[in-house]
Write a protein that binds this ligand. Structure first.
Ligand code: AMP
Ligand code: MG
Length: 343
């Protein structure tokens, strides 16, 4: 199958590509679309065969459920039953963070095919703020199942070029909406009511909606720590080894710990690219990518993260050495992806 990439640049182009995507999605085909986090591979969430095609194109194991995108609360109500004891929190979080990179796991209605949720009784839901994505889902008037548009286990794509490298000849259409503005996958949470006035918010995957942003609304419990230790995902699909380049990757906690094997070449993933951090000078690196040059801004580091990792993967180095990233704000999400890539 030949893969066509269409640009959503000008308003006229956008109108055309939106119409094209809506036609293909209505025919039960799958289309790669930009979101604010990473590019997604979308299908009509009510069409089990179309959703099966997502699993096939991504080589995704059937135990790994898909995230379903909605256009708003009305569409959300067609696919989930929100338990009364968490309804208020869900509504507050929707008002605060949607459209935006927050995914909530909620009890599903029967209308959602089992293949979408890997047989679970819950479905992960989100509303994207990307204008092209929003327009498509509004015109289609159907929820879209859309996991990241990459081969399973590989790095998420943050540009149409990266999607093409991952999935060319497997899907009919990629819509190029430019680089993703957040750069790491959405935050995933599960809400649990408690005896206290505020609920527990279980963080199944850290992302651009940070712990600091969520803690106003409940007690945030970081489940990914126990996952990495136990290698037992509480959120299926969040495997200990994930988001990985082909080149082996190691996080180097301090520059003094680096001992080069003279027969190997190394590439550096630097946080701020600062001499004083000590990493630049310890080796004649084959390639260096800097996530946020200068002062080290975590949102900028997130936007550049998968792009930089892909560059280093393509550099031909035998191993990628990554500087540690501060585990606060969206840094927690970057660190989570680095740890999973490093195992
Ligand atoms: P992605 O490929 O980035 O869209 O990843 C989707 C991820 O969302 C999956 O790998 C799961 O970890 C998580 N997820 C989706 N549905 C559920 C669910 N019902 N319960 C818990 N986690 C889920
Ligand atoms: Mg993914």
């Amino acid at each position: 199958m030949e893969t066509v990439t269409l640009n959503a640049g000008t308003p006229e182009e956008t109108r055309e590509v939106v119409a094209k995507a809506v036609t293909l999605l209505n025919e039960g085909l799958i289309v790669a679309l930009p979101t604010e986090t990473v590019y997604g591979l979308a299908a009509n969430a009510f069409n089990a065969e179309a959703c099966a095609a997502i699993f096939e194109a991504k080589e995704r194991p059937s135990f790994d459920p898909l995230i379903v995108h909605v256009s708003g609360k009305k569409m959300l109500d067609t696919i989930v039953n929100i338990p009364p004891d968490i309804e208020e929190t869900v509504n507050v979080l929707i008002r605060e963070f949607w459209p935006g990179p927050l995914t909530m796991v909620l009890p599903k209605k029967n209308i959602v095919p089992d293949i979408v949720t890997a047989g679970l009784s819950t479905v992960a839901v989100r509303r994207s703020k990307n204008p092209v994505f929003s327009e498509i889902i509004k015109e289609l008037e159907l929820p879209l199942a859309a996991p990241s548009a990459n081969i399973f286990g590989s790095m998420s794509p943050t540009s149409a070029t990266a999607v093409h490298k991952e999935l060319s000849n497997r899907i009919p259409l990629i819509i190029d909406g430019g680089a993703c503005s957040d750069g790491v996958e959405s935050t995933i949470i599960r809400i649990e009511s408690t005896e206290r006035p505020k609920p527990n918010i279980h963080l199944l995957r850290p992302g651009p909606v940070t712990v600091e942003m969520l803690k106003k609304f409940g007690k945030v419990l970081k489940e990914q720590d126990s996952q990495i230790e136990n290698e037992m995902p509480n959120s299926p699909g969040q495997l200990a080894f994930h988001y990985a380049p082909r080149t082996p990757l190691r996080i180097l906690d301090c520059p003094e710990n680096f001992k080069a094997d003279p027969s190997k070449s190394y590439a550096l993933l630097s946080y701020r690219g600062q001499e004083k951090d000590g990493y630049l000078r310890i080796h004649d690196w084959k390639e260096i990518q800097i996530l946020s040059p200068g002062s080290g801004k975590l949102p900028e580091a997130a936007v550049r993260f998968f792009f930089s990792l892909r560059k280093l993967d393509e550099s031909g180095a035998d191993e990628i050495i990554a500087e540690p990233i501060p585990g606060k704000g969206v840094g927690l999400a970057i660190l989570d992806r680095l740890q999973r890539a490093a195992l």
